[in-house]
Design a protein around this ligand. Structure first.
Ligand SMILES: Nc1ncnc2c1ncn2[C@@H]1O[C@H](COP(=O)(O)OP(=O)(O)OP(=O)(O)O)[C@@H](O)[C@H]1O
Length: 300
C-alpha cells in the first residue's frame, strides 16, 4: 500500500503542492491529470524522496519515507520526466550503477537490455541514444530492481508506437502482479486502454487534488457530449435533427449533435432517423468522456 498523507512540498520556502492525500492499494493504477505547472512532477518527486516534504507523511508498504528513506526507496521505481540518463557513461553502466545501489544481480541487466531492445547499444554512451531510446533506458532503470511501487512521469511521451503498446501491456501486467502504479499523462486518450484495470484518476490544479474518480465512472459519464452519426445522407439527417431542435453540424465523418443524456437521446435519434429512411452506420461520442470531463475541469 502507498499512503500519501497531507503532503506539502516545493522548492525553497515556497510550497508548490499542498495537502495532497491519497492511498493506493496493490494492483491499483493511479493517474494524475492536470495542466502544465499544476504540480504533477513535484508530487512524484516528493513521493520518491527527491525533494523533502514540508508537511505530511509518505508510507510505502508500511515504511515511512522520511524515517527510513533507504529502505523505502528500494520499494520504489521512478521514471523522471524527460529522458534523464547519465549521458557520458555507457548504457550498460547506467544500469550497472543502479544494480549496485539496489543489490540487483548483474545477470538481470542483460535481461532488461534485451526486454527493452537496448542490447545493441549496450556499450554506447547513453548520451548518443535517440530521445525515445533514452526514455527506454530510463524505464529499464526504473524497473530494474522489480519495485513494488512504480512512478512514471509522462511515460508515453516520445516513444514509438510499438514501445507504447508494449509499455501499456507491461503496465497492465505489473498491475496484475499486484504492483502499485502511478503515472501522469497529457495524452488523455491513453486512459481508455486502462478501463479494464483498477484505475483511479486524480485531477490536480495549482498544487491541489481537486477531484478524484474511478476511471470506470469517468468513462461512463457520457452526458453533455458531442455525438457523431455516420449516415448515408448527411443533408437529410441534418434537416431531421434540426427539426428536433438540435444544433447540427456536418463534418467529414457524419452529422454531429450535442446530447445531454447519451443513453436516452441516442436511441431516440436513431429511431427518428430510421423512420425517415436514413441509414445510420454508426453513432459514437466524438470526444472521449475523459476528455469532456477534463475540458469542464480546466474550463477550456
Ligand atoms: N526546480 C524547481 N525550482 C523551482 N520551481 C519549480 C521547480 N520545478 C518546478 N517548479 C515550479 O513548480 C510548479 C509545478 O511544477 P511541476 O513540474 O510540478 O508541474 P507539472 O504539473 O509536472 O507540469 P508539466 O505538466 O508542465 O510537466 C511550477 O510553477 C514550476 O515552475
Amino acid at each position: 500500500m502507498l499512503e500519501v498523507e497531507n503532503i506539502s512540498a516545493g522548492y525553497g520556502k515556497e510550497n508548490v503542492i499542498n495537502d495532497i492525500s491519497f492511498t493506493i492499494k496493490k494492483g491499483e493504477l493511479y493517474v494524475l491529470l492536470g495542466p502544465n505547472g499544476s504540480g504533477k512532477t513535484t508530487t512524484f518527486r516528493a513521493i520518491s524522496g527527491i525533494i523533502p516534504l514540508s508537511k505530511g507523511r509518505v508510507i510505502i508498504e508500511g515504511i515511512d519515507l522520511e524515517r527510513e528513506p533507504e529502505l523505502a526507496k528500494r520499494k520504489l521505481g521512478y521514471l523522471p520526466e524527460g529522458e534523464r540518463v547519465y549521458p557520458n557513461i555507457s548504457v550498460y553502466k547506467n544500469l550497472l550503477f543502479f544494480a549496485e545501489i539496489y543489490d540487483v544481480d548483474r545477470g538481470k541487466i542483460d535481461v532488461v537490455l534485451k526486454e527493452f531492445g537496448l542490447e545493441k547499444y549496450k556499450n554506447s554512451p547513453a548520451g548518443y541514444l535517440s530521445r525515445g531510446m533514452r526514455k527506454k533506458l530510463a524505464l529499464a532503470r526504473a524497473l530494474l530492481h522489480d519495485p513494488e511501487v512504480i512512478i512514471l512521469d509522462e511515460p508515453f511521451s516520445n516513444l514509438d508506437m510499438s514501445t507504447v503498446l508494449r509499455l501499456r501491456d507491461e503496465i497492465k501486467k505489473m498491475i496484475e502482479n499486484d504492483r502499485i502504479i502511478l503515472f501522469s499523462t497529457h495524452i488523455l486518450s491513453e486512459l481508455q486502454y486502462f478501463e479494464d484495470v483498477n484505475c483511479r484518476v486524480a485531477f490536480i490544479n495549482e498544487g491541489r487534488i481537486i477531484l478524484e474518480r474511478e476511471l470506470e465512472e469517468l468513462a461512463g459519464s457520457v452526458n453533455n457530449i458531442l455525438v457523431v452519426f455516420r449516415v448515408n445522407d448527411k443533408t437529410r439527417a441534418r434537416e431531421v435533427l434540426t427539426s428536433l431542435g438540435y444544433d447540427v453540424s456536418i463534418e467529414q465523418s457524419g452529422v454531429v449533435v450535442r446530447v445531454s443524456n447519451y443513453h436516452k437521446e441516442v436511441p431516440a435519434i436513431l429511431k427518428v432517423l430510421l423512420t425517415h429512411d436514413i441509414t445510420v452506420y454508426e453513432a459514437r461520442p466524438k470526444e472521449s468522456p475523459v476528455e469532456r470531463f477534463y475540458r469542464d475541469f480546466v474550463d477550456i
